[in-house]
Unconditional design. Sequence first.
Length: 300
Amino acid sequence: MKVLPFTILVPDDKSVISEIIAQPYFYPHFHRHDEWQVTWIQKGEGTLLAGNDLHAFQSGDVYVIGAKLPHLFKSNPEYFAPDSNIEIQACSLYFNPAGLMAPLFNLPEMKLSTSFLLKMRHGFKVPASMRNELTSIMLDIHTASGSNMLHHFLEFVDRLNGISERAESLCSNLYSPDFSESEGMRLSKIINFITLNYNHQISLEDVADAACMTRQGFCRYFKKHTGHTFVSFLNEVRVNDACKSLVLGESPESISGVAFKVGFNSITNFNRVFKHIIGQTPRDYVDQYRQISRVNYATA
């Protein structure tokens, strides 16, 4: 499989790569690599495309991404504005259980960890209850060296095992990323076009033209490689952005404003699509979020 191959440069003296970045936006191309990736979003918001599934991400989230899984952390449009003065920050780990670290993961003592990674081979989002514990160890790994770094890494992997049934895969285990390199580049271009323009009125013709394809050819291609129709993908991107806007201080009276901001031209259609994707109305979503926030504040 070749989907915009991305080579992680591994120094001779390290088997686990740790990096902390601060830049205008996340790497903007759909890509894959041989290493597992653990990314802690320290600052930033957007949409994660992992395989053929979408996930809204925000500051504080931690994602574990399986080896060879095509993925894209797509920053929200405001991060690409010419006059933008905001930036993203993230801490990431990269390791390859089938490469340089194979002798370690083949040890009998690592059987549980190997089985867990196989079971969750596409990756998962770390539950909120475990974020602080895992991000603390990630920082320990980043500052450590030599055998001390390896000690912290083994502690980190052991904590991952403890997630057990609480982890939900980033995409279906039936997903098979069977792309050629040219298909990966084309799909990356399509996704970039949608995620940069979803808050405007874009049509099937618009995105097919951007991909240099006919409408019929685009529909077949997009469905095959993402599992979504163009409309269902566009709606999920819009609803992901709406969820973020609704819980960042927006009042229920401004729900219509959020709907138009993310690209819907009808509040009725927005409510219908939102309930279909999220399972509740926008107003109920806001009320539930505020209720949970009050409980967390009262018990803090």
